[in-house]
Design a protein around this ligand. Structure first.
Ligand code: ZN
Length: 882
C-alpha cells in the first residue's frame, strides 16, 4: 500500500510507558509488553486501537490486568485491533513469542553468530511485540532481559543499567531503564558472549560516562580505534554544537550480520562489525576513516535523531541529512578538510547524482512511499547533508549555530518536521527560507550554466548564470513544475598568472553570490585584467555546472586557485573533457590521449613537483581521474561502458608514461622508513594513498614494471592498505601474477571474513569477460555465504556497482547474474535484495542494446511470483516511465 505525506494524521492513542520482559531463547523467545496507553487529545475520540505487528504469535493479552471479553479484540500475525478501547488511560499487557534463529530478514530480534541483537528502524519493533510502531509515539522504556548465563553472559539495553541478578537455575537477568521518551525504532537489546573494552568520559556538564565497545571474544584488540572515536565524537559535539551526552553509559556492539552500516539505538549503538573492527593487518586506511565517520554518525544521532526525532518517515532527512552533515564536519576537523570535502563530493556524484538522474529519483523529502526501507538512499543522506551545508553557507557560521541551538532546545523531546527545522533557522537569522525549502521538495540535480565576459575598457567582468531544473514526475516526487532554487555560489576571480584578482561586487558577500532566479547576472568592477572565474568553491551547492572554461583556464585554476576543491575540480574537468570526447567516439581508438592528454600530463607534472610532498593525500586525489561512472553520468545517454573503459585506460596509461620518473621518485620519497610502526593517522594514510595512486598509473602504462613493483609491495607490506593496493593493481593485469597473489591472499585470510570480503570485491571488479564466471565460482567458495549481507555486498554489490563493463555486458550475462541473486535472496532478506537491485538504476541511459536487455531482465523480476514488497517496489519504480 502507498503511504503519502499529505495523509499524515496524529495517532489516535499514545503510549507513555513501556515495560518489557524478554526471555531470550534461540527459537522461542517470549516477550511480555506492558503498555501504558491513553487516547491522544489530537486524535479521533473513540477510534479503535490498531497496533502494528509483523510475524508475531500472540500468547496472552490483558486489559487493565483482566482478560478481554470475547470479540473485544482481534489479533493476526500482522496486527492487533482493540475495537473499543477505554477513553481514559489504560494498560494493555501482551505476551508474544518470536523465533530469533529463523529471523533471516535481520529486522526485529535475531541472532548473529550466536549473539541476540535487534534492528528496529524503520519498522522492526512490530516484529517483537504489537505496538504503535510510528516515530511520533514516544514512550519511556524499562526493559528486563533474561537469558541463559552460559549462552548470553552479557545483557545490554537502552538507557542506564538498574539491576541484575539470578533468574533460576542457569538463568540470569538485567534491567535497563531509559529515562528519555523515544520512538520504538530506537529500541534495542543485545544478549551474548561478547568481549569488551571500555573507557571513561566526563561531559561538559560533569557527568561521568562509561563508554564500552563489545565485540566477538578474541577480537578486543581490534576495538580500540572505535572506542577512541567515540570519545573524540563526544568531545567534538560538545565543542562544535554544545551537545553533551546524557546517560551514564554508552555501549557499542559489533555484530557480523547487519543490513546496513550501523544503528543509533539510544545508549546502545549496534554496528555492522565492518565499521568497528580494525587492526593494521586487517583494515585499510579507508576502513579506519569509515569507522571513525560511522561511530561519529551514530553518536551524533543522540541529539539529531534521538533527543529530537522525526514525526513520520517522510522526515527521514531531518535526522539523516543533518547527521551526515555533522559527521562530515567531524571528519573534516579530525582529518584534512579539503581532502574530506573532495571525498564527500566524489561519493555524491558516484551515488546520488545517478539516483537523481534515474527512475528511482525522489526528493530529499519524498511525497509518497510503498516501502520506507527503500528510502535510506544517497539522496536522503548525502543530498540531505548538502542542503544543511548550503544553509550554513547562506546564513554564515554564527547564525547557523544559533539556528541549530534553537532547533535543539525548542524541539527537544519531540518528533519534528523539516518545517520545524527551517523555522528555527528562519527565526534565529531573520531570513525568509520559504524558497530555500524547495530543495527538500524537488527531485533531480539542477544544472547551472555560467558564461563569463571581460570588458577591458570598462574593467568589468560579467558572469551570466542560468539554472535549469529537471521536471521529474515519479510517485515519490509528486510532479509539478519545478521552481527556481536558492543556490549559494562561493566564488572568486583568479588572475591568469596566479593570485587573487581584486574586484568589487555588491552582490557577493563573504565570497558567496546567491542565485535565486532562473537567470541572473553578476558584474564585477575594477577588474584589472581578464580573470579566470573560480565557481562553486568547496562545491557550495549540489548541482552540475555547465562551465565554458577552456583548457588554458582549467590549467590556471589547477595551478593557482586558492580553493583546493576547485584545483582538484580543474584536473577532473580536464580529464572529463578528454574522456567524454573519446568515449563518445570523437577520437580514434589507437590514438594517444591527444593534445588534451599531453597538456593534462604536463600540468599534473607541474602540480606534483609543487605540491605532492606538501599534501600527499590531496595529490593522490588529483591523480585519480574521474571514474567510469562519472564519465557515464557526464555523457548521460546512449552510454557504452566499454568505450568509457578503453578511454580511461588509455588516458591513465598516457599519464603513467608521461609522469613515470616523477611517480617512481615519489614512491621512493614517500616510502615509510624501515621499522616505523604503522599508524592510521590521516597524514600517514595520505602518503600511502599517493604511493598507491602512483603505482596504479605506473602499472597502467607499463604492466611489466607495475607487476614487479606490485608483487614486491604485496610481499613486503606490513599493513592491509598497501597489501590490498598491490593486490588491486595485480588483479587488473591479466596473467599468472594475478592468480598467484589471489591464491596467497585467500590462504592467508581464509579465517578473516572481513578481509576476505576485500578479496571477493577485487575479483568482482575485474573488467574482463571471465568475471561473471569467476563471480559464480566465488559464490561457491567456502568463505562465501548468501546469508551474510557483507559477503553479498562484497561480491555481488561490487560486481554490479563497481564493474560497469561486466555488469552491463552486451550479452546481458551481468544482468542475469544480478537478477538471479536478487530473486534468490529475496525470500531470505528482502532489504538487502532490494538494495542490490538498485544497481539497475542507470539502465535508461545505456545504449539501445544494453537498455533492451536490462529492461527485459527488470520485467522478468517484476513479474516473478511471491516478490517481497521491497523488491517489487524497486523493480516497479525502475520500470515506471519517466
Ligand atoms: Zn544515520
Amino acid at each position: 500500500p502507498i503511504v503519502r505525506l499529505a495523509d499524515y494524521r496524529p495517532s489516535d492513542y499514545l503510549i507513555d510507558r513501556v515495560d518489557l520482559d524478554v526471555r531470550l531463547h534461540p527459537t522461542e523467545t517470549r516477550i511480555t509488553a506492558t503498555l501504558a496507553l491513553r487516547p491522544n487529545p489530537l486524535g479521533e475520540a473513540g477510534a479503535p486501537l490498531v497496533l502494528d505487528g509483523d510475524d508475531l504469535t500472540l500468547l496472552a493479552v490483558a486489559l487493565d490486568g483482566q482478560p478481554t471479553a470475547p470479540g473485544a479484540l482481534e489479533a493476526t500475525p500482522r496486527g492487533l485491533t482493540l475495537h473499543q478501547p477505554p477513553q481514559r488511560p489504560f494498560v494493555l499487557s501482551l505476551e508474544t513469542q518470536v523465533n530469533p534463529s529463523a529471523n533471516t530478514k535481520l529486522m526485529g530480534l535475531y541472532r548473529s553468530n550466536g549473539v541476540y541483537c535487534t534492528q528496529c528502524e524503520a519498522d522492526g519493533f512490530r516484529r517483537i511485540t504489537y505496538f504503535l510502531d510510528r516515530p511520533d509515539v514516544l514512550a519511556v522504556y524499562t526493559t528486563r532481559i533474561e537469558a541463559d548465563r552460559e549462552e548470553a553472559p552479557v545483557l545490554l539495553g537502552n538507557g542506564n543499567p538498574v539491576e541484575a541478578g539470578e533468574a533460576g537455575p542457569g538463568r540470569h537477568y538485567a534491567v535497563w531503564h531509559d529515562p528519555y521518551p523515544k520512538p520504538a525504532y530506537l529500541f534495542a537489546l543485545v544478549g551474548g558472549r561478547l568481549g569488551r573494552i571500555s573507557s571513561r568520559f566526563t561531559t561538559m556538564e560533569g557527568r561521568e560516562v562509561e563508554i564500552a565497545v563489545h565485540v566477538e571474544p578474541g577480537k578486543e584488540h581490534r576495538a580500540p580505534y572505535a572506542l577512541d572515536a567515540v570519545a573524540r565524537a563526544m568531545a567534538w559535539d560538545e565543542r562544535v554544537f554544545g551537545r553533551p551526552y546524557d546517560l551514564d553509559v554508552f555501549n557499542v556492539v559489533a555484530v557480523s550480520d547487519f543490513n546496513m552500516g550501523a544503528m543509533e539505538n539510544k545508549g546502545l549503538n549496534i554496528f555492522n562489525d565492518k565499521y568497528v573492527l580494525a587492526s593494521p593487518d586487517t583494515a585499510t586506511d579507508t576502513d579506519y576513516a569509515n569507522i571513525e565517520a560511522i561511530i561519529a554518525h551514530e553518536y551524533f544521532h543522540n541529539w539529531s535523531g534521538n533527543r529530537v526525532t522525526c514525526r513520520d518517515w517522510f522526515q527521514l532527512c531531518l535526522k539523516e541529512g543533518l547527521t551526515v552533515f555533522r559527521d562530515q564536519e567531524f571528519s573534516s576537523d579530525e582529518r584534512s578538510r579539503p581532502v574530506h570535502r573532495i571525498a564527500e563530493v566524489r561519493t555524491l556524484r558516484a551515488r546520488q547524482f545517478p539516483e537523481d538522474a534515474g527512475p528511482l529519483a525522489h526528493p530529499v523529502r519524498p511525497q509518497a512511499y510503498r516501502e520506507i526501507n527503500n528510502f535510506y538512499t544517497a539522496t536522503v543522506y548525502e543530498k540531505g547533508a548538502e542542503i544543511v551545508r548550503m544553509l550554513r553557507t547562506l546564513l554564515g557560521p554564527e547564525r547557523f549555530r544559533a539556528g541549530m541551538d534553537l532547533y535543539f532546545s525548542r524541539c527537544d523531546g519531540t518528533a519534528a518536521t523539516v518545517e520545524d527545522f527551517l523555522a528555527a533557522f528562519a527565526e534565529a537569522s531573520g531570513r525568509d527560507l520559504a524558497a530555500f525549502a524547495r530543495w527538500y521538495a524537488q527531485a533531480g540535480t539542477p544544472t547551472v550554466s555560467v558564461a563569463g565576459r571581460y570588458d577591458p575598457h570598462q574593467c568589468t567582468y560579467t558572469l551570466d548564470f542560468h539554472q535549469s531544473l529537471p521536471a521529474i514526475a515519479t510517485e515519490a516526487s509528486g510532479g509539478g513544475a519545478p521552481q527556481p532554487l536558492v543556490i549559494p555560489i562561493s566564488l572568486g576571480l583568479v588572475a591568469r598568472e596566479g593570485g587573487a584578482l581584486a574586484a568589487r561586487s555588491e552582490r557577493v558577500r563573504d565570497g558567496v553570490f546567491v542565485l535565486q532566479e532562473e537567470s541572473d547576472r553578476l558584474v564585477f568592477t575594477e577588474v584589472a585584467s581578464e580573470p579566470v572565474p573560480s565557481l562553486f568553491r568547496g562545491f557550495s551547492a549540489p548541482v552540475k555546472v555547465a562551465h565554458s572554461l577552456d583548457t588554458a583556464q582549467c590549467l590556471t585554476l589547477l595551478a593557482h586557485d586558492s580553493d583546493p576543491f576547485n584545483r582538484w575540480q580543474a584536473a577532473q574537468n580536464l580529464a572529463l573533457d578528454i574522456l567524454t570526447t573519446r568515449a563518445r567516439g570523437g577520437a580514434p581508438l589507437a590514438a594517444e590521449a591527444g593534445p588534451g592528454g599531453a597538456a593534462l600530463a604536463q600540468a599534473l607534472g607541474g602540480f606534483l613537483d609543487a605540491e605532492a610532498l606538501k599534501d600527499p593525500a590531496f595529490a593522490a586525489l588529483v591523480l585519480a581521474i574521474a571514474g567510469d561512472q562519472e564519465v557515464a553520468q557526464e555523457i548521460g545517454a546512449n552510454v557504452d561502458p566499454d568505450a568509457i573503459h578503453r578511454a580511461r585506460w588509455t588516458l591513465r596509461a598516457h599519464l603513467g608514461r608521461a609522469l613515470q620518473p616523477r611517480l617512481l621518485a615519489l614512491r621512493e620519497a614517500l616510502a615509510a622508513p624501515a621499522g616505523q610502526p604503522f599508524s592510521p593517522d590521516a597524514a600517514s594514510a595520505g602518503q600511502r594513498a599517493l604511493r598507491n595512486a602512483a603505482l596504479d598509473l605506473i602499472a597502467a602504462a607499463d604492466p611489466e614494471l607495475g607487476t614487479r613493483l606490485a608483487e614486491a609491495q604485496f610481499e613486503e607490506a606490513d599493513n592491509m592498505t598497501d597489501r590490498l593496493a598491490a593486490l588491486a593493481v595485480l588483479t587488473l593485469l591479466p596473467g599468472e601474477g594475478r592468480e598467484r597473489a589471489l591464491a596467497a591472499f585467500d590462504e592467508t585470510y581464509r579465517g578473516e571474513p572481513l578481509v576476505l570480503d576485500k578479496w571477493f570485491a577485487l575479483q568482482a571488479m575485474i573488467p574482463e569477460p571471465g568475471t561473471v564466471a569467476r563471480v559464480r565460482a566465488l559464490m561457491r567458495h567456502e568463505g562465501y555465504s548468501a546469508a551474510n549481507p557483507n559477503r553479498v555486498r562484497a561480491l555481488i554489490g561490487s560486481f554490479s556497482l563497481n564493474n560497469p563493463t561486466q555488469f552491463h555486458r552486451e550479452d546481458g550475462a551481468g544482468y542475469e547474474l544480478l537478477a538471479e541473486t536478487v530473486l534468490d535472496l529475496d525470500s531470505r532478506n528482502p532489504q538487502v535484495a532490494a538494495r542490490l537491485l538498485t544497481a539497475f538504476n542507470t539502465w535508461r541511459m545505456m545504449e539501445p542494446g544494453r537498455r533492451a536487455r536490462a529492461e527485459a531482465r527488470l520485467r522478468m523480476i517484476a513479474a516473478s511470483p511471491g516478490l517481497s514488497p521491497d523488491v517489487s517496489d524497486i523493480a516497479n519504480r525502475s520500470l515506471a516511465s519517466a
